[in-house]
Design a binder for this molecule. Structure first.
Ligand SMILES: NC(=O)c1ccc[n+]([C@@H]2O[C@H](COP(=O)([O-])OP(=O)(O)OC[C@H]3O[C@@H](n4cnc5c(N)ncnc54)[C@H](OP(=O)(O)O)[C@@H]3O)[C@@H](O)[C@H]2O)c1
Length: 165
C-alpha cells in the first residue's frame, strides 16, 4: 500500500517523506519520495520535523509518538494494522484516536478502504498517465498461493505480490 501512497501523494503535488527499512530506501526514493527515513537507523518521530499528514500504512507506532511529529492542524490517517495479531490493540488505537480528535485541531482518523468506481477511475487515469507504476515484488502461480501468503505474512513485502492464473 505504501508504494501506491507515495506515488498518489506525489501526483497531487505533495512533498513526500517515506519511512521504510534499509533494503527499501532506494525503492521508495525511486518511486518519487522527496525524503526517505530508514526506521532501522532513525526514529521519524524524533527528527523535529512535523508533517501536515501522516499516512500510516504500517501501524507500529503509538498515537502519542505520531502526535509528536504532526503539525498543529495535522491529520494522522491510520490504515495499517501493525503485526495485525491484536485486534484489541487495533480497536483501542481507533477508540483513542476518536477521543484525541475531539480535543484539539489535530485529527486522528481510521481509514478502511471501500472500493468504488470513481476512485478506481482516478487510479486508472493516474496509471495511464504514468504517474503511478505498480511495484511488484513477487509473482506466484495459483498452485503456490500458500507460499505467497506465507511470504506476505512476514510483513516485509516490497510492493505487491501477484498471483498468476
Ligand atoms: N485500512 C485498509 O483499508 C487496509 C487495506 C489494506 C491493507 N491494510 C493494512 O495495511 C498494512 C499494510 O498493508 P500492505 O498491503 O501494504 O502490507 P505489505 O505489503 O505486507 O507491506 C507491509 C509493509 O510494512 C512495512 N513495515 C513492516 N514493519 C514496519 C515498521 N516497523 N515500520 C514501518 N514499516 C514497516 C514493510 O516495509 P519494510 O520491509 O521496509 O519494513 C512492508 O513494506 C497491513 O497491516 C494491512 O493489514 C489496511
Amino acid at each position: 500500500m505504501g508504494t501506491f501512497a507515495v506515488q498518489i501523494a506525489k501526483s497531487f503535488g505533495a512533498e513526500v517523506t517515506g519511512v521504510c527499512s534499509t533494503k527499501n530506501v532506494d525503492l521508495v526514493r525511486s518511486i518519487g519520495a522527496d525524503h526517505v527515513i530508514d526506521y532501522t537507523q532513525e526514529d521519524f518521530t524524533r527528527t523535529g520535523q512535523t508533517y501536515d499528514l501522516i499516512f500510516d500504512s504500517a501501524g507500529y507506532r503509538s498515537l502519542s509518538d505520531c502526535k509528536r511529529v504532526l503539525g498543529s492542524n495535522g491529520i494522522l490517517v491510520m490504515c495499517g494494522a501493525g503485526d495485525g495479531r491484536s485486534s484489541v490493540r487495533i480497536m483501542a488505537r481507533m477508540l483513542k484516536a476518536l477521543l484525541v480528535s475531539r480535543f484539539g485541531r489535530q485529527k486522528f482518523v481510521s481509514f478502511i478502504a471501500k472500493r468504488n468506481k470513481d476512485d478506481l477511475v482516478v487510479l486508472k487515469e493516474l496509471v495511464e498517465a504514468g504517474k503511478i507504476t505498480p511495484v511488484i515484488d513477487r509473482r506466484y502461480p495459483l498452485s503456490e498461493v500458500p507460499e505467497a501468503i506465507r511470504y506476505l505474512e512476514e510483513g516485509h513485502a516490497r510492493g505487491k505480490v501477484v498471483i498468476t492464473v
